[in-house]
Design a protein around this ligand. Structure first.
Ligand SMILES: C[S@@+](CC[C@H](N)C(=O)[O-])C[C@H]1O[C@@H](n2cnc3c(N)ncnc32)[C@H](O)[C@@H]1O
Length: 475
């Protein structure tokens, strides 16, 4: 048990080659635990048993020795290094087969023995709540025919990518274009198992990234840190002249102030002005109200207030932004007038909810760098014009789900225009990549007119990555 716990805990820090890096999934079970439990379920205890017409097992001493052999398999099986160790897996599979044949022998008189206890066919495995797929993946690795299903389409996708698709392309040589800045891959590369497929995923991923960069890169400009920006910010001084990649733009939602004197101003609704509370890296946003606003009704909005990023410990009040207690209750930064939920809902429903850039988060040499919002960044974001958005209506259930109360009726309303442009570009590129893969394959194999793209196994849809059999998915 301790060995399983240690291996399961260690697995959490494995970043390379672990399915958790394929897609984030909550409640993912450690592979080590799944492997150990499945193995333990599939092997018989060697101890002597008798009853209901059967006798089975060996004497105490022999059973002890056999049990120790099985424990030793588990100890080796759970180690991350042995994930693809065919020798260890082979021993585990052999023990499973041995137990299964014993079970079939014991049940040979069962009325449905021919179907249920076939010594030449291990029982199939089905995980109906497969989630991140840890259990069916391990069942497959142990040589079982694994089936996975889940109510959540994301989980189905993860399982398809992890369990169903790789075996179909086992042992295939990659066909994708090698990125221009890389040396041509050697012909003698080892493309056994899923390596060729993984290489193609990398190459087409690179191709998609390049294409996306060409099409929408202009919507994601880097920020050049100027001497002026670093004037009051010692932390920015090492970056002067550098162009930093933006990781995130932080926006504040706005509504017109409920105070008639400021009703032309889009005031922000911010639940926290703290950008980072990490010790030594604290940063926060200070809303600066312009001192030159004698006559707000006549002033231009951008003169009325602006956001400035400050580094260092934030004042206690920054934690709650301009929010007043629970729910959609805020405080107008300019007039101190409470902004009540009713006002926010009606403004939002009337299409008057806006957004204002509050801070820019960029990638620095040693972590994140927080920058003041820039007008040009807002202009670029506003220049994104999506040609499509998902217009399916969202459920109306104000108690649990609030977007429709804010005038966001469809799923598409949850995204900013730039996010929609990016997402549609990526999904278009998935289709284009598919067409390209087929064309590249045809070209690489110089086919006769009758041939087509077959998965490994001659197009049967079955294949394996070593020993495990095919694993269809039901969704
Ligand atoms: C605890 S998670 C499973 C985690 C999984 N063993 C892993 O290692 O990632 C439970 C899963 O059950 C799925 N689920 C919940 N209710 C379901 C239902 N009625 N039918 C099918 N799947 C369901 C959820 O979507 C979730 O993926």
């Amino acid at each position: 048990m301790d060995d399983i716990n240690v291996a399961a805990a260690r697995e959490k820090s494995i970043r390379h080659g672990h399915p958790s890096t394929l897609h984030l999934w909550w409640a993912r079970r450690p592979l080590a635990a799944a492997r150990a439990v499945l193995f333990a379920q599939m092997v018989n205890d060697p101890g002597f048993q008798q009853g209901e017409g059967f006798k089975y097992g060996v004497n105490k001493r022999e059973a002890e020795a056999k049990r120790e052999t099985l424990f030793q398999i588990i100890r080796e099986l759970v180690l991350w290094e042995n994930t693809n160790n065919e020798e260890v897996l082979g021993r585990a599979r052999a023990a499973i087969w041995e137990s299964w044949r014993e079970t079939c022998q014991l049940n040979r008189k069962h009325p449905d023995a021919a179907e249920l206890f076939n010594p030449e066919k291990l029982p199939a495995f089905h995980d109906p709540f497969a989630g991140g797929g840890a259990i069916p993946l391990e069942a497959q690795r142990l040589g079982l025919e694994a089936y996975a299903s889940d109510l959540n389409p994301v989980a189905v996708m993860i399982n398809k990518a992890m369990i169903e698709i790789p075996p179909k392309f086992a042992g295939r040589v990659p066909i994708g274009p090698v990125p221009a800045d890389e040396k041509q891959t050697k012909m003698a590369e080892d493309w056994s198992g899923a390596r060729g497929l993984a290489e193609d995923v990398r190459r087409y991923g690179h191709w998609m990234r390049e294409q996306a960069f060409e099409r929408i890169g202009h919507l994601y400009p880097q920020v050049e840190v100027t001497a002026a920006m670093a004037q009051d910010r010692a932390d920015l001084k090492p970056y002067v002249g550098d162009k930093l990649t933006v990781i995130a733009w932080l926006w504040a939602r706005t509504v017109k102030s409920p105070n008639p004197a400021f009703s032309h101003v889009d005031v922000p609704l911010v639940s926290s002005f703290v950008l980072s509370s990490k010790a030594g890296k604290e940063a926060w946003v200070k809303p600066v109200i312009s001192p030159s606003r004698p006559s707000p009704a006549g002033g231009r909005e951008e003169e009325v207030y602006r956001f400035v990023v400050r580094v260092g410990k934030p004042p206690a009040a920054a934690k709650d932004g301009n929010k007043l207690g629970r729910g959609a209750n805020f405080n107008c930064l300019l007039s101190n007038t409470p902004i009540q939920p009713k006002h926010i809902y009606s403004e939002a429903k009337a299409g008057r909810m806006g957004q204002r850039l509050m801070a820019v988060v960029a990638e620095g040499k040693n972590g994140r760098v927080y920058l003041d919002p820039m007008a040009e960044m807002e202009t670029v974001a506003n220049s994104a014009k999506p040609t499509w958005k998902p217009d399916v209506l969202m459920p109306e259930n104000p108690r649990w789900f609030s977007p429709p109360a804010y005038g966001m009726d469809s799923y598409g309303d949850l995204f900013t225009p730039r996010q929609l442009v990016a997402l549609t570009t990526f999904s278009d590129l998935v289709q284009e990549a598919r067409t390209k893969v087929i064309a590249d394959y045809k070209q690489a194999h110089n086919p006769s007119p009758s041939s087509s793209l077959h998965p490994a196994g001659g197009g049967s849809g079955r294949g394996n990555l070593g020993n495990p059999p095919q694993s269809p998915l039901i969704c």
